[in-house]
Design a protein around this ligand. Structure first.
Ligand SMILES: Cc1ncc(COP(=O)(O)O)c(C=O)c1O
Length: 396
């Protein structure tokens, strides 16, 4: 028989998701890897203990469970190595700490996930790193912002809540020309719809809390590096001790098995609803990169293989003092959508988006912005729920 890895390398994405990460032959034929709960690992003798010359040495440094997930993620990302951390936010902060030092300058996209901004404005600032926010539409123009001490360029596309696209290859080329590391929060697309390392990114970041875990019950992050940056990322993980739990690693690997089929459904339902909402009278704009009307659509089409299930709508607002009342009326009328943060789970969620933190890339101002995570429910029911929300907002 041909080598299993060779067969899988040429297989379709759902085949790879079903088999990536562990070989049942390693565990007596059991299809899933064991969940190894570990701190202590024993050594057979003092010499081995001194040299640490064995595969596993201590729980923080990996177990068969975490290795299985890392191998699966490396395969999906095309990365040299992956670290597993306890949340999506830690998947941002750990690489920032790995590559930034006092006196460095970091360029962060202005449409960034808000807690990333908070980390930059508080802890990074305290550690002596200067942070500057740039327009997501900047492209190769980022070169004008690069200083001799610019060490990191952080991207996130589409942007949080407003879904601005970025020209990742152009930004990466400029950053590399000046010796900066390029990181990307790729949570929205997952490696199924965009592989950052193939487009010049050095560090690919995922809140695996979302689509990989997929069931709104796990907090988890993965950070994957190309060969040039793997040693430094791995070293930071060992130094910080930010390892993830084996039970959660197991659940994320379990989630990956169905991520492809879940994403197909999220994509299809979200697009159907986004297209419908574009024609609805109460809606001023639909912020979804796969819609030809969206300003970043050409970049999405050029670089991405698909779209996941979260987008925003801007309601026709009337006067700004009514925005909040309209948004709350919409949210309070919903019965299927839950009012909750996060996304990527099986269920619909909605939130009134606050864009007050933006400095360069101001969000839509003509009405309240509502972010919709489209779950796995039936589209007709989701649509009826949104109609309930729209009717309530209209009455305000
Ligand atoms: C784009 C993005 N990155 C990172 C995170 C952080 O993930 P976690 O909730 O696991 O900390 C989130 C969470 O909403 C997110 O939307």
């Amino acid at each position: 028989m041909k080598n299993r890895d060779e067969i899988l390398a040429g297989a379709g994405v759902n085949t790879r998701l079903a088999h990536a990460g562990n070989d049942p032959a390693d565990y007596h034929g059991f299809v899933n890897p064991p969940v190894v709960h570990a701190s202590t690992v024993l050594f057979p003798d003092a010499a081995t203990m001194e040299s640490r010359a064995q595969k596993y040495t201590y729980g923080t440094r990996g177990t068969p469970t975490t290795d299985a997930l890392c191998a699966a993620i490396d395969e999906l990302e095309g990365s040299a190595g992956t670290i597993l951390v306890p949340s999506g936010l830690a998947a941002v902060t750990v690489p920032f700490l790995a590559f930034l030092s006092a006196g460095d300058h970091a360029l962060i996209v202005d449409s960034v996930y808000h807690p990333t901004r908070h980390f930059c404005d508080t802890m990074l600032k305290r550690l002596g790193v200067s942070v500057e926010y740039y327009d997501p539409a900047i492209g190769a123009g980022i070169e004008a912002l690069i200083r001799p001490n610019t060490r990191l360029v952080h991207t996130e596309a589409p942007g949080s809540n407003t879904f601005e696209m970025q020209d990742i290859p152009a930004i990466a080329a400029m950053a590399h020309k000046h010796g900066a590391v390029v990181s990307m929060d790729n949570t929205w697309a997952t490696p199924l719809f965009f592989r950052p390392l193939d487009f010049g990114v050095d560090i690919s970041i995922h809140a695996a809390t979302k689509y990989p875990a997929g069931h709104s019950d796990i907090l988890f992050g993965t950070v994957s590096a190309n060969a040039a940056h793997w040693a430094q990322l791995h070293d930071a993980q060992i130094t910080l001790g930010t390892c993830a739990s084996p039970d959660d690693a197991y659940q994320v690997l379990r989630g990956l098995r169905t991520m492809g089929v879940r994403l197909e459904r999220h994509q299809e339902s979200a697009l159907e609803l986004a297209r419908w909402l574009e024609g609805v009278d109460d809606v001023s704009r639909v912020l979804h990169p796969a819609l030809p009307s969206f300003p970043g659509h050409a970049l999405w089409k050029r670089d991405f293989k698909g779209a996941s299930g979260i987008f925003s709508i801007v309601l026709k607002g009337g006067s700004p003092e009514r925005y909040k009342a309209k948004a709350h009326a919409f949210l309070d009328a919903l019965g299927i959508f839950g009012l909750g943060y996060s996304w990527g789970g099986f269920e619909c969620l909605a939130v009134h988006v606050n864009l007050n933190d933006r400095r360069v890339a101001k969000g839509p101002e003509e009405g309240p912005v509502l972010r919709l995570q489209i779950g796995l429910e039936d589209v007709k029911d989701i649509k009826a729920d949104i109609e309930r929300g729209l009717a309530a907002a209209r009455a305000v």
